[in-house]
Design a protein around this ligand. Structure first.
Ligand code: SF4
Ligand code: SF4
Length: 189
């Protein structure tokens, strides 16, 4: 190797390291895009669409949400027609035997919220639900309703609630059957 080639190699190596270090330092001083979740709470956009919140006692099983769903992932069964009792604001008539959503298909598009005449299906804020099988991805909201829940409780939430205050607060909200808000729903026209 000539002396010229030797020094050119050194120069190219130093230039390459310098380029790499410049990029590293640039990102080192930038604001981080990730957080230590779930210790730190994720800031969701006001119109964020998470897993649904469903108020079974106001559902008249009219099927309009299922018809609006572009992927046919809402399953509704009833024993007889239902209607809203104006005095109580609750649905009466037949029994709502099944209201389920298959989250292996759901697009979180919120189109099901638009036609609902009683405004009882909402896009919620719970966003990190996981399961081990496709069958478990089907959430049976009528079964949750029997436990006083409007939305499913993720396993991680129950596990982390004792040690993380905001998770405890969120778990208590879900367990109390409180809605997270309806900002992510598509408003009725
Ligand atoms: S969010 Fe969209 S895809 Fe999911 S159930 Fe509603 S209409 Fe269907
Ligand atoms: S549109 Fe509303 S009332 Fe009708 S079945 Fe769906 S959730 Fe129930």
């Amino acid at each position: 190797m000539s002396v010229k080639a030797y020094f050119r190699n050194i120069f190219e190596n130093v230039a390459s390291i310098s380029d790499g270090m410049t990029i590293t330092l640039k990102y080192f001083f930038q604001k981080t895009a990730t957080i230590q979740y779930p210790e730190q709470r994720l800031k969701l956009a006001p119109r964020y669409r998470g897993f649904h919140e469903f108020e079974a006692d106001r559902c008249i099983a009219c099927d309009l949400c299922a018809k609006a769903c572009p992927v046919d992932c809402i399953y509704i069964e009833k024993t007889a027609p239902r209607k809203i009792d104006k005095a109580t604001g609750k649905a009466t008539g037949g029994e709502l035997t099944r209201y389920a959503i298959d989250y292996s298909k759901c697009l979180f598009c919120a189109l099901c919220t638009e036609p609902c005449p009683t405004r009882c299906i909402h896009m919620g804020k719970v966003h990190d639900l996981s399961c081990y099988s496709r069958r478990d991805a089907v959430i049976e909201f009528t079964e949750l309703d029997k436990e006083g829940l409007h939305t499913p409780i993720p396993i991680w939430m129950e596990r982390n609630a004792p040690r993380i205050p905001w998770v405890k607060e969120e778990l208590e909200r879900v367990k109390a059957g409180k809605l997270s808000g309806t900002a992510a729903d598509i408003p009725a026209r």
